[in-house]
Ligand binder design. Structure first.
Ligand SMILES: Nc1nc2c(c(=O)[nH]1)N[C@H]1C(S)=C(S)[C@@H](COP(=O)(O)OP(=O)(O)OC[C@H]3O[C@@H](n4cnc5c(N)ncnc54)[C@H](O)[C@@H]3O)O[C@H]1N2
Ligand code: MOO
Length: 396
């Protein structure tokens, strides 16, 4: 089929429509899901001094098997008030600084103490340095812990906090509007008249974006009226960085999104992608706003949102790797030859094997509820046997 843009080219053109948004400073508690503007460099060694990993006694390994005189105590958060000399031990707790002179911790389960007299009753530490967290074992000052563009997960936020940061510079999140189109749509929960269906794409897209935008998005619905669509698009373009439309992207007499967008002064950058589902995808700009026009079929909307909408939002928010990661797994069953567009088959990865669903029509909604993968079939790919390796994207 001619005139269809390959997926990677379309993604590159989409990202080229606008630079990532400016940076902003935020606190760590607000940073979940944001993308770092700068590398996070450690401002300190972690730990900054050798620490005990257990509750017990700090000793010199060479003094084993004891006995020892207990000369004092050190708890987490305090500095030891003296060093440990030959045949001396200091009571120590998990996370406490190891006193100078000591090089090993013997756990309290392995000793008996009587006043200040300490003796070994168990196996003891075995090796020098046992139960001690060495200085900088986690990371050293100056080390790059998280490169710019990293998504802040709970673990990454913990590393940033431990590095000494109290806040972070991250990319601003784009403001996104979702607009559903189609006279056949009724709000979920309302009874559809003959010929009508519930609007499932609006809530689906809002849910897909939930981790990337500050507030839940309430979709706008607009009838198949070119003039009205044009007015709404113009208004949304003034107020948002990204307008996502769904439906009306194809060639039917009631498919008005491209026309209405141009009427409103928008410029279409590309239309139609060599993918199935999702062929009629539209991308364009109006001022600084980007239009992403998704096809209306539920599976087409889902797949194009996975491959274009979420990556665009991540790109604008400063992500280093905005695209979904391609994984590989063996097929549970044989696959026929690939077609003339790249296929993204709704599939399930179970026990390490990929099974595409029987129903791949893009109008189906139910497969989206049970799919956890999109199995990728390249244009014209040869037929494959069960067990052959295939590319897929994780979607759940
Ligand atoms: N003659 C041609 N017809 C079609 C072509 C083509 O190349 N030539 N392309 C087909 C392909 S591929 C797709 S995909 C669809 C996309 O069409 P639109 O983006 O214009 O979408 P609509 O026609 O508005 O709707 C398609 C389908 O999806 C349902 N829909 C729409 N919005 C929602 C929603 N918010 N929630 C749930 N379902 C929705 C709508 O009722 C239709 O059934 O065009 C093919 N046609
Ligand atoms: O592109 Mo459509 O999504 O093939 O049905």
């Amino acid at each position: 089929m001619t005139g269809l843009l390959p997926v990677e080219q379309a993604q590159a053109r989409l990202f080229a429509l606008r630079e990532p948004l400016p940076r902003q400073n935020i606190s760590l508690s607000e940073s979940l899901g944001r993308y770092l503007s700068d590398d996070v460099l450690a401002q300190r060694d972690q730990p900054a001094a050798p620490l005990s990993a257990m509750d017990g006694y700090a000793i010199r390994f060479d003094d084993l098997p004891g006995p020892w005189a207990v000369i004092g105590e050190v708890a987490a958060g305090a500095a030891p008030d003296r060093a440990v000399s030959a045949r001396e031990a200091m009571r120590i707790f998990t996370g406490a600084m190891v006193p100078a002179g000591a090089d090993t911790v013997v756990v309290q389960e392995d000793v008996a103490v009587d006043g200040t007299h300490l003796r070994l009753t168990g196996d003891g530490p075995g090796t020098r340095g046992r139960h001690i967290r060495e200085r900088a074992a986690d990371f050293a000052s100056g080390e790059c812990l998280l490169p710019a563009g990293t998504r802040l997960t709970p673990g990454a936020i913990a590393a940033a906090a431990m590095s000494g940061a109290g806040g972070l510079a991250v990319g601003t999140r784009p403001s996104v509007a979702i607009m559903t189109t189609g006279d056949e749509l009724v709000q979920p929960g309302r009874p559809p008249a003959p010929g009508q269906i519930p609007d499932s794409n609006g809530v689906m897209l809002a849910a897909m974006l939930a981790g990337e935008v500050p507030e839940p998005i309430l979709p706008h619905h607009v009838r198949d009226d070119r003039l009205l669509l044009s007015k709404v698009l113009k208004d949304l373009a003034r107020r948002h960085d990204v307008i996502v439309t769904v439906g009306g992207a194809s060639v039917g007499d009631h498919d008005h999104v491209r026309g209405a967008f141009e009427d409103a002064g928008g410029h279409i950058d590309f239309w139609r992608i060599a993918m199935r589902p999702g062929k009629p995808l539209i991308a364009g700009t109006m001022g600084d706003a980007i239009l992403l026009g998704l096809p209306g079929n539920p599976s087409s909307a889902f797949v194009t949102a996975t491959l274009f909408l979420l990556p665009l939002i991540r790109h604008l928010a400063g992500a280093r790797d905005p695209l979904p990661t391609v994984q590989r797994a063996p097929l549970a069953e044989p696959l026929p030859e690939g077609g003339t567009r790249r296929d993204y088959l709704r599939a399930r990865l179970e026990n390490g094997y990929l099974t595409p669903f029987l129903g791949q029509e893009s109008g189906l909604t139910l497969p989206l509820a049970s799919a956890n993968s999109l199995l990728i079939r390249e244009i014209g790919a040869p037929a494959q046997d069960a067990g052959a390796m295939a590319d897929y994207l994780v979607i759940a």
